[in-house]
Design a protein around this ligand. Structure first.
Ligand code: CAA
Length: 258
């Protein structure tokens, strides 16, 4: 795998681990980090030996947002021409299931990066927020859209308009986070969850992810029809036969991604 400057990459059997590593700026998301996360996730995504991807930061910060120092003096034409932020769409479009393991600050773009992942696991130290309004701007990597879909309008408006922080327990109640664990158990829990997902059939897991994501992009009738068609399509795989036969034969299934 490529050498990276702002992230660390590890492969733990069928799990790809991406650790954001800019401690001097609490993992602020600068252009290099964005390019590297997208590249690493893309490499894992292209590898059928990887069944789940975990993105994590440090105990102090998952990521404290877009890099304010990098963008402070930017002006509209250059941001518009570069379509700043659009590169992250390639991370959000990764088909392999992704897990954000969040400890410490997940603010602004950090909260938005967590929301780009399929599952957010939080340490009890995690702090989420969209403080952009305090900087004279607004969320730019999905905070007004994915956050609103995750927690609803009332709380999204509260967070986006006041810029206040939300602790892990509130994020859990709000539906942003799937599970909260003790900080020192976070990475193990994330890797365990990723290993469980990676033990499934990869094409079926990808189809399941696609079907859940369709709930955010379609109205109900079209979403239900899409789900049904995808469900039908799983019967074209050997892994569906294996999964159901294994159940009937009272043994563990062995999936072959076929
Ligand atoms: N960009 C650049 N540098 C950052 C940063 C950011 N988002 N967040 C923290 N840093 C830097 C600090 O400037 C500081 O660097 P120096 O040592 O060189 O001064 C270092 O990281 C440590 O930070 P603090 O000294 O501030 O640490 P703290 O513990 O006192 O506070 C914090 C932690 C509350 C997270 C605070 O750093 C903070 O408020 N950070 C900014 C959070 C923020 O506003 N994020 C939104 C960014 S805009 C955005 O993300 C737009 C979008 O949607 C795409």
């Amino acid at each position: 795998m490529t050498d990276f400057e702002t992230i660390l990459i590890e492969r733990r059997e069928r799990v790809g681990l991406i650790t954001l590593n800019r401690p001097e700026s609490l993992n602020a998301l600068n252009t290099t980090l964005m390019t590297e996360v997208v590249a690493a996730a893309g490499e894992f995504d292209a590898d059928p030996g990887i069944g789940a991807i975990v993105v994590t930061g440090s105990s102090r910060a998952f990521a404290a947002g877009a890099d304010i120092k990098e963008m402070a003096e930017a002006r509209y034409p250059e941001f518009y021409l570069a379509d700043w932020g659009a590169g992250w769409d390639r991370f959000a479009a990764v088909r392999t299931p992704t897990i954000a393991a969040v400890a410490g600050y997940a603010l602004g773009g950090g909260c938005e990066l967590a929301l780009m992942c399929d599952i957010v696991l939080a340490a009890d130290t995690a702090v989420f927020g969209q403080p952009e309004i305090k900087l004279g701007t607004i969320p730019g990597l999905g905070g007004s859209q994915r956050l609103t879909r995750a927690v609803g309008k009332a709380l999204a408006m509260d967070l986006v308009l006041t810029g206040r922080n939300m602790h892990a327990d509130e994020a859990l109640r709000a539906g942003l986070v799937a599970r909260v664990v003790a900080a020192d158990a976070l990475l193990d829990e994330a890797l365990r969850t990723a290993t469980t997902i990676a033990s499934m059939s990869l094409p079926i897991a990808m189809l399941a992810k696609e079907a859940v994501n369709a709930a955010f992009e379609t109205e109900l009738t079209a979403g239900l029809r899409f789900e049904r068609r995808v469900f039908h399509s799983t019967f074209a795989t050997r892994d569906q036969k294996e999964g159901m036969r294994a159940f009937i034969e009272k043994r563990a299934a062995t999936f072959t991604n076929d």
